[in-house]
Design a protein around this ligand. Structure first.
Ligand code: ASN
Length: 357
């Protein structure tokens, strides 16, 4: 996988307010209709930039890297996340901020993964994209790119206003690992129901400073390992024993995100309890997250979650599924003893969950 530097004719202002690295990975933002079949396929970024002439008015130094070839975000994998983290590390000191153009379908997963891979991040890493390709009249791409660039450049007294991995979309800036794609048709594609918006873009961009992560006191550390032997199991009434068994006994499985009902509840069928208990005893790490859009997991509130706690299932509080699966990939790849991995999953590492005592 490689990134190409795109030579674009942006203005190089004499007195730039910031320098930004724009990383194009693909997604609808840069798609065109395939001539034969009329389905959307990604296209070259040098074309994309021609559609946003406003960028030339920005007083920022802009460098563009483009994934070659660009991809639909359904094809994003662990290797793309590691590569993006490496690109940010290599360029970290040269730029004030990073904007990643990415398909919307898996953007919340990618933003979550990057939040874990980049520890002590002191600069903005903003994901954005579009619902309508940039070549179309009613595209939302132009506004999303321009606002993301503005937020990535925003600083006060030499410090970035938003030193974390976030998603800017439509009118809102959200913490990356708190976001979920909720819309496939309208422009307000992302939501973060369990955490306040970091900023809202109207006539002005209003920052909600009290909920933005503080600047770190230590320097950036990147991680390059993710464990891919993980799975998500969404519970539903009537779930079938052989399916649960096949999943829990899948060869090599190391971790499971269990999407439970309400405040972290699951069936108490004897076969279900037995399979879960055996999995935990085999060393499979299980993280309990709720299917609810609001509220959190509280293991032990009901009998239907008490046994999960007793057998060693970890309560995920209000973490989203996207953040839970990427956090699990990150934590299980660490070379630390198992109890330390459990402790990390219970902790709030990058603002991804709310801890309540
Ligand atoms: N399929 C596209 C993607 O995620 C959707 C989009 O970007 N709006 O790459």
């Amino acid at each position: 996988m490689k990134f190409l530097k795109v030579n674009i004719n942006t203005a190089a202002p004499r007195d730039p307010e910031a320098s930004i690295l724009l990383i194009y990975t693909g997604g609808t933002i840069g798609m065109v209709s395939d001539k034969e079949d009329h389905h959307l396929v990604p296209f070259d970024f040098s074309e994309v930039i021609h559609r946003v002439p406003e960028i030339r008015q920005f007083k920022v130094m802009l460098t563009v890297l483009s994934l070659d070839p660009p991809i639909d975000s359904s094809n994003v994998g662990v290797e793309h996340w590691v590569k993006l983290a490496q690109v940010i590390q290599v360029n970290y000191h040269e730029y004030d901020g990073f904007v990643i153009l990415h398909g919307t379908d898996t953007m919340a997963y990618s933003a979550s993964a990057l939040s874990f891979l980049l520890e002590n991040l002191g600069k903005p890493v903003i994901f954005t994209g579009a619902q309508v390709p940039i070549g179309r009249m009613r595209t939302d791409a132009r506004r999303n790119i321009i606002t993301a660039l503005e937020i990535a450049s925003a600083h006060r007294k030499g410090r970035a206003l938003v030193p974390e991995v976030s998603i800017f979309f439509n009118t809102v800036l959200l913490r990356g690992n708190r976001s979920t794609k909720v819309e496939s048709r309208h422009f307000n594609a992302f939501h973060s129901g369990k955490y306040p918006q970091l900023a809202k873009a109207g006539i002005d961009i209003e920052y909600n400073n009290s909920v933005i992560l503080p600047a770190p006191s230590q320097s950036l550390r990147i991680y390059q390992e993710l464990e891919s032997q993980v799975a998500v199991m969404k519970l539903f009434p009537g779930i079938n024993q052989s399916l649960v068994e096949a999943m829990l006994k899948a060869e090599g499985l190391k971790g499971l995100v269990l999407e439970t009902f309400g405040a972290g509840n699951a069936p108490t069928y004897p076969w279900f309890l037995k399979l879960l208990r055996e999995a935990v005893d085999r060393g499979i790490t299980i993280l309990n997250v709720s299917q609810c859009e609001e509220g959190e997991v509280h293991q032990g509130q009901y009998e239907t979650s008490l046994y999960l706690k007793e057998m060693g299932v970890i309560g995920g509080s209000d973490i989203s599924t996207e953040a839970a699966i990427t956090k699990m990939m990150f934590v299980l790849a660490q070379e630390v003893p198992h109890p330390e991995k459990v402790r990390m999953l219970e902790m709030d590492l990058r603002g991804e969950m709310t801890l309540r005592n």
